[in-house]
Design a protein around this ligand. Sequence first.
Ligand SMILES: CCCC(=O)SCCNC(=O)CCNC(=O)[C@H](O)C(C)(C)COP(=O)(O)OP(=O)(O)OC[C@H]1O[C@@H](n2cnc3c(N)ncnc32)[C@H](O)[C@@H]1OP(=O)(O)O
Length: 290
Amino acid sequence: MLPRQNSVYSASHGFQPEEIKEKLSAFPGGSVDLLKQEESGLAVLTINNPSRMNAFSGSMMVELEERVAQLETWTQGKGLIVRGASGTFCSGSDLNAVRAISNPQDGMKMCMFMQDALTRLLRLPLVSVALVEGRALGGGAELTTACDFRLVTRDSVIQFVHKHMGLVPGWGGAARLVHIVGGRHALRLLGGALKVDPELGLQMGLADGLLEEVPDAGGAERDAALRQAEDWLSSYTKGPAQVVQATKRAVVSGRELPLTEALRAEKEVFGTVWGGPANLRALASKTKHK
Ligand SMILES: CCCC(=O)SCCNC(=O)CCNC(=O)[C@H](O)C(C)(C)COP(=O)(O)OP(=O)(O)OC[C@H]1O[C@@H](n2cnc3c(N)ncnc32)[C@H](O)[C@@H]1OP(=O)(O)O
């Protein structure tokens, strides 16, 4: 199979996704649900395993990769919200599955598979937001870093508990955390397994916004958090999908590539919108930026 354009690993790194998918599928439970709203160009990805605080079973890891593949081909998409079901984000990998694949070979394969899926998630040409309600622990904390932004609710805690588990992040979370908060804060969060409440998250730059509390508790409050996240995201997803996607592509290049390569990549992206329909419309209407 040809390596995917946005993948981290290929066969030359010993990456055999089909093999690890088969192994992971032996640990079922829960689901990863994708709801695409064609009209608005917004999608909601829900990590859904409430009886285990939305921990990732093996089959959910496989489903996550499948949902990312679906989003990679969504030409009309503009934004993505990643959330957990039933008012909590995600408690990391399912410890029952982890125990069963705790040998080094399977651990490395699972690590490559999840790093690859989450890197492709972050590289999607969509503006992505993790809506963090309740707890985001271990791999759940890593998942929040695979989104462009993090919005948190008053009750939220993001905690890289890996050190307490005798681990370090294995889903790409350490590398991404350093990019988000810098090496010093990343070392504090990983080395101290600090509980990041909204205040600390905002102060360190891990959180991009605190959502308002809505007095009516329960299901209505959870929907209210989703509505608020959609409103927040809509400032960045206004306009044609082609322009939103081009903007995100230019940022991904700038974020990941050395300057000369990033500039060349930006030129390629620029070529996709220069003289395009949105550009011609703006020129014809003599847009003023007051
Ligand atoms: C590279 C990836 C690294 C990783 O992700 S390692 C995994 C890191 N995550 C953890 O260690 C989470 C361990 N769990 C906890 O700390 C607590 O369950 C947690 C999330 C704080 C919730 O506490 P409480 O609100 O008191 O609820 P509880 O403990 O009764 O949990 C409810 C049920 O959910 C289960 N659960 C929670 N997190 C899980 C997980 N990661 N894997 C498997 N099962 C998990 C928990 O065992 C309990 O199930 P049950 O009701 O006893 O059958």
